[in-house]
Design a protein around this ligand. Sequence first.
Ligand SMILES: Cc1cc2nc3c(=O)[nH]c(=O)nc-3n(C[C@H](O)[C@H](O)[C@H](O)COP(=O)(O)OP(=O)(O)OC[C@H]3O[C@@H](n4cnc5c(N)ncnc54)[C@H](O)[C@@H]3O)c2cc1C
Length: 368
Amino acid sequence: MSSFLEHRHLELRTEAKAFGAGAEAEHDPVKLVRGLGAAGLLRACVPSEFGGLRERIEVRDLVVARAALGYHSSLVDTMFAMQGLGSYPVTLAGSAAQRRALLPRVVSGEAICAFAITEPEAGSDVSGVKTRASRDGAGWVLDGEKCFISNAGLATDYVVFARTSDDKHRGLSAFLITADNPGLSVTPTELIAPHPIGTVHLRGARVQADALVGEEGGGFALAMSTLDLFRTTVGAAALGMAARARDEAIARVKSRHQFGKPLAEFQLTQVAIAEMHVDVSAATLLVLSAAHKIDLTGQPAAIDAAMAKLFATEAAQRVIDRAVQLFGGAGVVAGCVVERLYREVRALRIYEGTSEIQKLVIARSLLR
Ligand SMILES: Cc1cc2nc3c(=O)[nH]c(=O)nc-3n(C[C@H](O)[C@H](O)[C@H](O)COP(=O)(O)OP(=O)(O)OC[C@H]3O[C@@H](n4cnc5c(N)ncnc54)[C@H](O)[C@@H]3O)c2cc1C
């Protein structure tokens, strides 16, 4: 595992592990962001010029942190990830003023970020975005609706993708909108597992010209570059959750006795444990290899990120399901760790591109 990682990544992993272990019982997402900031972990999400850890964001930092945090709590992992995902369009394409105003506050946890692209009619097909940004003097006015937006209601700063022309791809632009904009309101959505999320309504939301992130018409490319980078890290969160389920299952089968001996002594149990471990190990390798490649080349490699996300999230679902099975009835009792993981892992095969979309990305890349 470590051949892909350097000492600095292992140090960060140790810090993330310690923070994650202490955060398992904390369910307040705002406290978690502030805690991540105070612990210095959010520095991984921002370049050093603005208080971050490295000159350029390293995906290996993001994956070790997400795997370590996801092992303990998917909520703390989500809060960490959203600081990176939500601010990355500004890191990548924002003006100097936007970067100076936002990124140091991302590091401290004072700013909470959201990335708003999905709409009721635009999920997998991002080019279907209908939210419109119309010119309003020197500024813009935005109208539309964004659904399934992580951190909706908690975020201080939203990167919103809106249509500035009818061109399918070149017609999308990104805007930085603060939560206090009178044209922005939120309706929360409740999911099967804790995750701050909701619908963002934009009704005559006026912003100044300097709210545009990057070039007018550059929104689609900006969204894709952001997702290409962060997809690998979703795989990392999944493998953290899978590793936890494997460890919980190992402890359980050693201590639980049936037919006069520990479950661990039955070969069918051993097969399950072995296959779980192979899934976790293979996912780890794909995630680290993708992260390493992106860091070395400085280019998000769409096929590697897609393979890492696809395999790790599907594998995590298998591993966690097997852990529930090995726990028997205890595995479906509310409050049991594997029960929690069973609910929490499901969304990872859907967000930041479903498993089916990852397969299309992989196939297109091979057939090109
Ligand atoms: C927990 C969670 C957090 C999220 N956070 C955010 C966020 O912060 N910001 C944001 O903008 N969005 C967010 N999303 C939205 C997420 O990115 C979308 O749900 C996802 O892209 C899928 O879109 P959809 O739900 O509209 O499904 P659809 O696109 O309607 O897909 C439904 C099914 O059809 C399949 N499908 C679609 N197109 C094809 C095709 N061409 N070939 C084969 N199968 C296809 C899909 O794979 C899926 O199985 C979040 C979602 C969840 C669940």
